[in-house]
Design a protein around this ligand. Structure first.
Ligand code: DAT
Ligand code: MG
Length: 137
């Protein structure tokens, strides 16, 4: 069996709204393993590394500011095909239209702000997962 790992973040909106437990429960209910969990208050440098692919986009600065607005919970999650599996659990980026049943679809919506506050991050490829796990752990 090929086991892979991904980085999940419960973003500041998820932590502030008390949804960390509900999000962890969904990951566990799906059958993935929690390998490591930590509360992190990231500085700008860490976030600039994490979101380097988005530098220069209109939502980049609001995104970095939002991610500095409070702690996130970083989770190292393991399982067969967990990278695509967690992306599927999370739902699409825009929480207004993310499918019901997903984390973003069930708990998120558009708050009329400059950035999508969509509760979670999940790595999108094996390369991203390796890079991002190194940034947060
Ligand atoms: P995802 O988090 O689904 O992988 P992404 O990597 O394209 O999405 O973008 C990173 C984050 O930036 C995303 O979770 C929320 C924010 N974001 C993305 N596109 C946006 C947009 N068009 N307007 C506002 N915020 C956006
Ligand atoms: Mg992404």
């Amino acid at each position: 069996m090929t086991t892979e790992e991904t980085l999940v973040l419960v973003k500041p909106d998820g932590v502030a709204r008390g949804l960390t437990g509900a999000i962890l429960a969904r990951i566990e209910a799906k059958g993935y393993a929690l390998v490591d969990v930590r509360l992190v208050e990231p500085d700008r440098a860490r976030l600039e590394r994490h979101y380097a692919e988005h530098e220069g986009k209109p939502f980049y600065e609001p995104l970095v500011e939002f991610m500095m607005s409070g702690p996130s919970v970083a989770i190292r999650v393991a399982g067969n095909r967990v990278i695509e599996g967690f992306r599927s659990l999370a739902g699409t980026t825009d929480p207004t239209t993310a499918a019901p049943g997903t984390i973003r679809g069930d708990f998120g919506r558009d708050w009329g702000l400059k950035v999508q506050q969509n509760l979670v991050h999940g790595s999108d490829s094996t390369e991203s997962a390796a890079r991002e796990l190194d940034i947060w752990f």
